[in-house]
Design a protein around this ligand. Structure first.
Ligand code: 2M8
Length: 456
């Protein structure tokens, strides 16, 4: 590696080191702002640590899964000890209302994109025999999680899991659910929950980068509704105004199933398990038709709002993420690659780097510094990178990778970046940004696990 990249490698490693919590065997996303263990953050972190410290990578996943619910649900936050810098606090979720919740731990009552089988595939490729015992105990848990997503979370048998809260998508305030949120606010005018937020204090929020007040109140309204339903899956789906088949969640899920299948075959799991995964993948593949649409003669993918019975046709970074699945035909892939090159994404020269902003530049909702409504996020661009590479758009993929390197070199490992100025925003020393930079740096010289899995 050249000295600039060695430098980045070392810096990324120290971010993960600094965020590691040895007492509980997990890594926080960023001190103060996110003081607990977050599910998909830990998935990305384990990928990064699979290059640096395989024992930590395994501990990260083991500890997360020790909080798995009895129905297979993997909670999006695991609370170890109280912190006064984040709200909702551990007890707010009151998970004892559900017979499925673990008795020994405090967790949230919802999930997040199921990235973890991909992380376990990284561990398998990078650890060899050392990971055997870990994989033997984690595989049944992954299988149970994926089964939960395609049964309890897909009563329609569509092959697509439904999310019941914006936080389950990981892209909290994306414009995709503006209409649903607006309806919740309108229907509950004057009665939305009041509380004291801590996230706006934990981060320098002078620019107002975090989600706005009404959005946050609607988020808490939805948590309260889940609690009222005692986290009963059927009841939640019958009562919730927020029921979305989400493109990013389901794209990640498809790749996770690819990895799970590889792992199950490599470890000699029973045929019933590998067959089950193959059936899921076939169903998922046909399910993606629900997302497919045509925009100016080109294929694009949109979320589907089950409650409204229609696609949510908003141009955000989600639209191009199906590239990451590797399941698209060459024409559809070419359409998405060209969309990334267009003026309203990377093409204008208006942006600080050649990266995909979280919302299209010409959308009325575009806001270059507000959370998931315009800034650059490294994890979504990492997905775009591998998707482009897989479909043969090598130069375009390199532009994305270089854009990420440019931002972290100039502005540090931040949670997200202003898409016009490139300024770092949100949490500092952010774990998944560091972890994914490690993966991209490694990919410079050698094949990475995800690079191997894509052709499947
Ligand atoms: C953000 O979400 C949390 C709620 O889960 C929050 O805003 O308080 C999202 O960016 C999510 O994707 C991420 O996992 C989490 C921790 O980094 O922060």
């Amino acid at each position: 590696m050249e000295s600039a990249t060695v430098n980045l490698w070392d810096k990324a490693g120290s971010v993960l080191e600094g965020n590691w919590n040895g007492k509980y065997g997990m890594t926080v996303p960023s001190h103060k702002l996110y003081p607990y263990q977050w599910s998909w953050d830990s998935g990305f972190i384990a990928m990064g640590n699979s290059y640096l410290n395989i024992d930590r990578a395994m501990a990260e996943i083991d500890n997360l899964f020790s909080a798995q619910w009895k129905n297979g649900m993997l909670p999006h936050v695991v609370f170890y000890e109280p912190s006064d810098t984040y709200w909702p606090e551990p007890k707010y979720y009151d998970i004892g209302r559900s017979d499925n919740s673990p008795a020994h731990m405090l967790t949230s009552g919802m999930t997040q994109p199921p990235i973890h089988a991909i992380s376990c595939y990284y561990i398998y490729r990078n650890a060899g025999k050392h990971a055997r015992k870990f994989l033997d105990r984690i595989l049944p848990k992954l299988q149970a999680y994926h089964r939960y997503l395609l049964t309890d979370r897909d009563p329609e048998h569509s092959g697509l899991a439904t999310i019941l809260h914006p936080w389950e998508s990981g892209m909290d305030d994306t414009p995709i659910w503006d209409d649903v949120i607006a309806k919740i606010v309108m229907n509950n005018a004057g009665s939305l929950p009041e509380y004291k937020r801590k996230d706006v204090e934990a981060v320098d929020n002078r620019g107002g980068e975090r989600p706005i007040g009404n959005e946050y109140r609607a988020f808490i309204y939805l948590v309260d509704l889940m609690k009222e339903c005692n986290y009963d899956e059927r009841l939640m789906q019958a009562r919730s105004p927020f029921r979305i088949k989400d493109v990013v969640f389901n794209s990640v899920f498809y790749v996770a199933n690819k990895c799970l299948l590889e792992l199950a075959s490599a470890l000699g799991r029973p045929e019933s398990e590998t067959e089950e995964i193959k059936c899921w993948m076939a169903l998922q593949k046909s399910g993606f038709q629900l997302f497919k649409a045509c925009l100016s003669g080109k294929t694009v993918y949109y979320d589907y709002d089950l409650a409204a019975g229609r696609q949510v046709q908003k141009l955000t970074s989600s639209c191009i993420v199906p590239l990451f699945t590797g399941m698209l035909g060459e024409r559809d892939a070419a359409d998405l690659a060209s969309m990334i090159r267009q003026d309203n994404f990377c093409g204008t020269g208006r942006c600080a780097a050649n990266l995909v902003p979280s919302c299209a530049l010409d959308a009325k909702e575009f806001d270059p510094d507000r959370y998931w409504r315009g800034p650059f996020w490294v994890n979504v661009n990492w997905m775009a990178y591998y998707g482009l590479l897989h479909h043969g758009y090598r130069n375009q993929a390199r532009m994305i990778r270089d854009g990420i390197f440019q931002l972290v070199s100039e502005h540090g490992f931040r949670e997200y970046y202003h898409s016009i100025t490139g300024a770092g925003l949100g949490g500092k020393n952010f774990s998944w940004t560091a972890a994914l930079v490690l993966d991209l740096l490694y990919h410079e010289s050698r094949e990475t696990p995800i690079g191997r899995i894509m052709p499947l």
